[in-house]
Design a protein around this ligand. Structure first.
Ligand SMILES: [Zn+2]
Length: 111
């Protein structure tokens, strides 16, 4: 199976006709994970991969309500890959997953 996945924060292609695997964007350094069939599932998988606490439903909703803003501020963003017939959702975190989730949810950044 192959797919194309583009970083939503800077437009870098992180998987080109290949199965995406969690990793780091070569363009902006954002880490990404997920691969879920729905946004909340992708968020849940990303949080688990990063070891970050959070409510996947709330975070997924906020991802669609919030503009990621300009770098270098921490940011969390979601996108879907492109593949035949269906797609999977992926979550990108700029500035470290902890800070990016805290920024999105309005919590104080980790000390
Ligand atoms: Zn990027």
């Amino acid at each position: 199976m192959s797919a194309t996945l583009v970083c939503p924060l800077d437009g870098t292609v992180v998987a080109d006709e290949a199965e995406p695997a969690p990793g780091t964007c070569a363009g902006c350094g954002a880490v990404f994970a997920g691969g879920g069939t729905s946004p909340p599932e992708a968020v849940a998988r990303a949080l688990a991969a990063w070891g970050v606490e959070g409510d996947p439903d709330i975070i997924a909703r906020r991802l669609f309500e919030t503009d990621p803003g300009d770098p270098p501020a921490p940011a969390l963003a979601i996108t879907s890959d492109r593949r035949d017939g269906f797609y999977l959702w992926w979550v990108f975190a700029r500035g470290g997953p902890d800070a990016a989730v805290a920024h999105l949810t309005g919590a104080a950044p980790p000390a």
